[in-house]
Design a protein around this ligand. Structure first.
Ligand code: P6P
Length: 343
C-alpha cells in the first residue's frame, strides 16, 4: 500500500511560540509562559463547553455580571478558569475581565510585566442555542515604573489604545476550538485544537483578509436607532445601483461573526446608535483585540466616527465603542458614505 503523505512536521502552538521567541534574543520567556497559560485556559474552557449540555452547565447561575444580563454557569466557569490560569502563570500583574467590575490584581507577583484583558465567554447569551461562543483576549506590557513590590497598579494602567497591545486574539469554541492570535507588527495565525492530542495545531498560517467581499454582518433590528448615514450605507449594499446585492450573515456572537469575516471577507458592524450612543462592544477586550487581528490580516477597523479603532483610548476599563471592521475596501465604503453625509 502506498505511503499516504502524512505530514509529521506538525507546528503546535507551543512550537510556534518557541519559534516566535527566537526572534527576540533578549526575551525573558515571560511572554511565552503567559501564552502557555492562555492556551491552557482555552483548552479547559473548550472542555467544559463540549460537556456543557451533558452536565447541564447552560442553566442560569443565579448571579448576573456587571452588565446586568443573566449570567450563565459557563460564564462563571470560563471566568474562573481564566483568572486561575492568569494567576498561575506568575507572569500576569493585572487582569480585566468582562465578568468582573473591578480590575483583578495579582499582588503576589509584583514583578510580573504583563496586563491581560479578556472576555472569557463572549456571546454566551447564545449558549443554549448551540451557537459558537468564544474567548477574546489582549496582552499589554506594563511600563517599568509600574513593576516591582509596593508599586500601586490601578485601572489607569490599562487605559491605552489598541496600538499598545503586544498581542491579541480569540478562541472560537465551535465544532473544534479555533484559536486566532496576532502579535504586534506580525501576521495572523490560526490554530485548531486537536482534542485527541490536546494540542493547538497551526492550520491557518498567515491569514489574510480578501480586500473585498459582498457580505455584511450587522443586527438590522437596530436600524431604527442608526444615524441616517448608517442606514444609507447598509441600504446601498442591499439596493446597489450596479451589481448584485450583498449577502447578510449575522450570528450575534462577535467571535463567530469575526471569524467568518476573517476567513471569507466582508464587513462586521456594531454601530453606535441612539439606543447605545457609545456602542455595545467593549473597547478593551472586544474592539481593540479584534481591530489588531483585522489590521494585521490586511483589513481595517474604525469606530462610529471613522477613527481608527486601534487609536481609541478607553475612558474606563468597560468603556464601549461603535465598530466597523473587515475587508479594507468594505470599510472604505463605510468611510466614504460617512464623509459624503458629513459635507
Ligand atoms: P446583539 C454578545 O452578547 C455580544 O456581546 C457580541 O458577542 C455580539 O456581537 C453582540 O453582543 C450581539 O449583540 O445586540 O446583536 O444581540
Amino acid at each position: 500500500v502506498g505511503q499516504e503523505n502524512i505530514n509529521t512536521d506538525i507546528v503546535t502552538l507551543s512550537r510556534f511560540l518557541t519559534e516566535e521567541q527566537t526572534k527576540y534574543p533578549d526575551a525573558s520567556g515571560d511572554f511565552t509562559l503567559l501564552c502557555h497559560a492562555l492556551q491552557f485556559s482555552f483548552k479547559s474552557i473548550a472542555y467544559y463547553i463540549r460537556r456543557a449540555s451533558l452536565i447541564n452547565l447552560t442553566g442560569l447561575a443565579g448571579s448576573s455580571n456587571i452588565t446586568g444580563d443573566d449570567q450563565k454557569k459557563l460564564d462563571v466557569i470560563g471566568n474562573d478558569i481564566f483568572i486561575s490560569a492568569m494567576r498561575g502563570s506568575g507572569k500576569c500583574r493585572i487582569l480585566v475581565s468582562e465578568e468582573e467590575e473591578e480590575l483583578i490584581k495579582f499582588d503576589e507577583y509584583p514583578d510580573a510585566r504583563y496586563a491581560v484583558v479578556c472576555d472569557p465567554i463572549d456571546g454566551s447569551s447564545n449558549l443554549d442555542a448551540g451557537v459558537s461562543v468564544g474567548t477574546i483576549f489582549g496582552i499589554f506590557q506594563l511600563p517599568e515604573e509600574l513593576m516591582g513590590a509596593g508599586k500601586e497598579v490601578g485601572p489607569e494602567a490599562l487605559l491605552h489604545p489598541g496600538t499598545s497591545l503586544v498581542a491579541s486574539g480569540f478562541t472560537m469554541y465551535g465544532a473544534s476550538a479555533q484559536l486566532v492570535i496576532t502579535m504586534r507588527g506580525g501576521g495572523v495565525n490560526g490554530f485548531t485544537l486537536e482534542n485527541s492530542l490536546g494540542e493547538f495545531i497551526l492550520t491557518h498560517p498567515n491569514m489574510r483578509l480578501p480586500e473585498s467581499r459582498a457580505i455584511y454582518s450587522v443586527n438590522e433590528g437596530n436600524s431604527m436607532y442608526w444615524d441616517e448615514w448608517c442606514n444609507q450605507y447598509f441600504h446601498s449594499l442591499k439596493f446597489p445601483e450596479d451589481g448584485k446585492p450583498y449577502s447578510a450573515r449575522y450570528i450575534g456572537s462577535m467571535v463567530a461573526d469575526a471569524y467568518r469575516t476573517l476567513l471569507y471577507g466582508g464587513i462586521f458592524a456594531y454601530p453606535a446608535d441612539s439606543k447605545s450612543p457609545k456602542g455595545k462592544l467593549r473597547i478593551l477586550y472586544e474592539c481593540a483585540p479584534m481591530a489588531m487581528v483585522f489590521e494585521n490580516a490586511g483589513g481595517l477597523a474604525v469606530n462610529s466616527r471613522m477613527e481608527r479603532l486601534m487609536d481609541v483610548v478607553p475612558e474606563h476599563i468597560h468603556d464601549k465603542s461603535g465598530v466597523f471592521l473587515g475587508s479594507k475596501n468594505e470599510v472604505q465604503k463605510v468611510i466614504d458614505m460617512y464623509n459624503k453625509h458629513k459635507k
